[in-house]
Design a protein around this ligand. Structure first.
Ligand code: ZN
Length: 136
């Protein structure tokens, strides 16, 4: 009774290979225990992830920057045609206004021009130099 365990212990005392093996296992277990302890300690102390933050922050910044540039590009693509259209409409309106104004001016001139002067102008010879010579 109870001779199984002492037999193993005896064997370890006699067999150097098993002693070395057992030593390596104990070292491995010790290292494992230490690493587990360190890991759990780390997990406990780093509830807020300060290691992940600097790695994620630049990616988020780049992501938001890209998003902003895409958004501004989309806005530009949406606004530029509207702006161009507005400018074109303004230009056309101004051109029409100018044409209308010129029409009004010529209309006003022709209307305000006394009929006598108009007749006189019509009577004047087309060549200005000869007319001046004639008047003189
Ligand atoms: Zn052995």
């Amino acid at each position: 009774m109870g001779e199984g365990a002492p037999a193993e212990i005896q064997h370890l005392a006699d067999c150097e290979t098993c002693r070395a093996e057992r030593g390596r296992l104990e070292e491995a277990f010790a290292a494992f225990r230490v690493s587990v302890h360190e890991w759990t300690d780390h997990e406990r102390t780093s509830v807020a992830p300060p290691v992940l933050e600097p790695a994620i922050a630049p990616r988020l910044y780049v992501g938001s920057a890209l998003r902003w540039s895409l958004l501004s590009a989309a806005l530009a693509m949406a606004i530029i045609p509207v702006y161009r259209n507005a400018v074109e409409q303004q230009r056309q309106a101004r051109a029409e206004e100018d044409a209308h104004l010129l029409e009004q001016v010529s209309d006003q001139l022709s209307r305000s021009m006394p009929r006598s002067i108009e007749l006189l102008v019509n009577l004047l010879p087309e060549d200005k130099s000869t007319s001046e010579a004639d008047i003189r």
